[in-house]
Design a protein around this ligand. Structure first.
Ligand code: GDP
Ligand code: ADP
Length: 219
């Protein structure tokens, strides 16, 4: 069964959950944007990734990430418990299947904060359900500024993230939408518009064919 397909009868108004995939170079703002979008959309949930990287100050296990040891991660990967996983900045990152499948089955939308490899794998597994959005920074100088102001990484880690930024940006044209995150509220507004328009796509409303058939039979 493809990711996110709904089983059983479909009722009027019922909708398949969609997968909102966000990628960007580190520091461009996808975490802040996704958290704010979720805060104003009760039917939108975050796919909490698993990682072997250490928690940053303030990060909560199970909320920001599920923090695993390398051994635990590899065991779960062998058990096919991830949709996809990749090695980023020397650590594993992966998307656990269970909670996402549950949310999609319930018709809730799921946000994924993944790199281009994750975006590509998710879209390959569920092309109809995925909406891919790439977030661009206004400039690489501002990207470095944001990483520095976030004050969560050492200079060495920031240099590593900057070195990888161009490799991530190179994949921008694999995405359905691109948002330039200059003014934050404008970027958030655009992301929200994408979500709301995508929710209305015909293919997400299988109940419509029954509804239209009934319409056509009306006297
Ligand atoms: N493929 C994949 N990438 C992920 C996943 N979770 C996070 N990432 C990516 O891993 C990178 C590093 O994440 P992190 O250390 O939290 O730094 P961030 O860039 O500030 O979010 C980012 O590019 C994330 O998009 C995942 O489940 N799968
Ligand atoms: N439009 C913006 N203008 C200025 N600062 C921003 C903007 N968007 C995000 N930031 C800040 O930049 C930093 C990096 O954002 P974050 O969401 O953590 O990026 P990512 O998840 O892509 O690594 C954070 O401190 C965040 O508050």
């Amino acid at each position: 069964m493809p990711v996110g397909s709904l089983s059983g009868p479909v009722f009027r108004g019922q909708r398949r959950g969609l997968m909102l995939v966000l990628s960007s170079p580190s520091g461009a703002g996808k975490t802040t944007l996704s958290r704010r979008l979720i805060a104003s959309n009760p039917d939108l949930v975050l796919s909490v990734s698993a990682t072997t990287r250490a928690p940053r100050p303030g990060e909560v296990d199970g909320q920001d990430y599920v923090f695993l040891t390398e051994k635990e991660f590899e065991r779960q990967a062998e058990n096919d418990e991830f949709y996809e996983y990749a090695r980023v900045f020397g650590h594993y990152y992966g998307t656990p299947k269970g909670p996402v499948e549950e949310a999609l089955e319930e018709g809730r939308d799921v946000v994924f904060d993944v790199d281009w490899q994750g975006g590509r794998a998710l879209a390959a597994g569920a092309p109809q359900d995925c909406v891919k959005v790439f977030i661009l920074p206004p400039s690489l100088n501002l990207l470095r500024d944001r990483l520095t102001k976030r004050a969560q990484d050492s200079d060495e880690v920031i240099n590593g993230r900057m070195a990888r930024a161009k490799a991530e940006i190179e994949h921008w044209d694999e995405y359905d939408y691109v948002i330039l995150n200059d003014d934050f509220s404008e970027a958030l507004e655009r992301l929200s518009l994408i979500l709301h328009a995508e929710r209305l796509r015909r293919v997400r409303h299988p109940w419509l064919s029954g509804f239209v058939a009934a319409l056509m039979e009306e006297g």
